[in-house]
Design a protein around this ligand. Structure first.
Ligand SMILES: CC(C)(COP(=O)(O)OP(=O)(O)OC[C@H]1O[C@@H](n2cnc3c(N)ncnc32)[C@H](O)[C@@H]1OP(=O)(O)O)[C@@H](O)C(=O)NCCC(=O)NCCS
Length: 151
């Protein structure tokens, strides 16, 4: 089930819809980031007590598939180009992750939280050694692999 609707902008002023999903995830909640109808990223989070929004995962996709706008284009393309490979698009580095952190901060504040917390996972760090600095430049403090930002 999709709930609520919000909009964020990247650094080129392109807009993305944010939709909340609470579908069968228990306490874990998720926001999807949409470009048109394509899911180009997501945030998984949960509330830890009344003061903390805990960031379980933030992911902006490097390989988002942009489908044609209309379903009949999909059918026509598949009939005439059966070997068609959908084009993928990299959405990283456009300021979407930054906009998502600011959106989360506002959302967490509106829910009465006082901090955003999370941990940088070793796998993510291996792929992107700049990740701690990415969070530090966005107002987070670091203690070991724990990140936190006061709201
Ligand atoms: C880390 C991540 C969320 C950042 O989101 P983003 O939308 O690419 O980030 P932004 O465009 O807002 O910020 C770009 C900054 O990140 C750096 N960067 C990191 N990875 C990058 C990439 N693959 N492409 C471009 N820029 C990248 C840029 O140098 C830039 O630096 P700045 O702080 O000086 O501005 C995203 O790269 C991602 O999903 N990575 C894979 C999953 C991951 O590691 N998630 C974090 C879990 S804790």
């Amino acid at each position: 089930m999709l709930l609520l609707g919000f909009v964020i902008s990247d650094k080129y002023k392109k807009q993305y819809r944010i939709v909340a999903s609470n579908n069968d995830l228990g306490d874990l909640k998720r926001f999807y980031i949409l470009s048109g109808n394509a899911r180009i990223g997501n945030v998984n989070y949960h509330f830890a007590g009344s003061e903390v929004l805990y960031l379980d995962d933030l992911h902006i996709r490097q390989d988002a598939i942009l489908f044609p706008a209309y379903w009949w284009d999909v059918i026509v393309a598949k009939i005439y180009l059966p070997s068609l490979q959908w084009q993928t698009h990299n959405f990283q580095g456009r300021g979407i992750g930054t906009a998502m952190i600011e959106f989360l901060a506002e959302y967490a504040r509106s829910m009465g939280a006082k901090r955003i917390e999370g941990h940088i996972k070793s796998n993510d760090l291996k792929i992107n050694p700049d990740l701690p600095n990415w969070y530090l430049r966005r107002g987070f403090k670091m203690e070991g692999n724990k990140i936190s930002r006061s709201l």
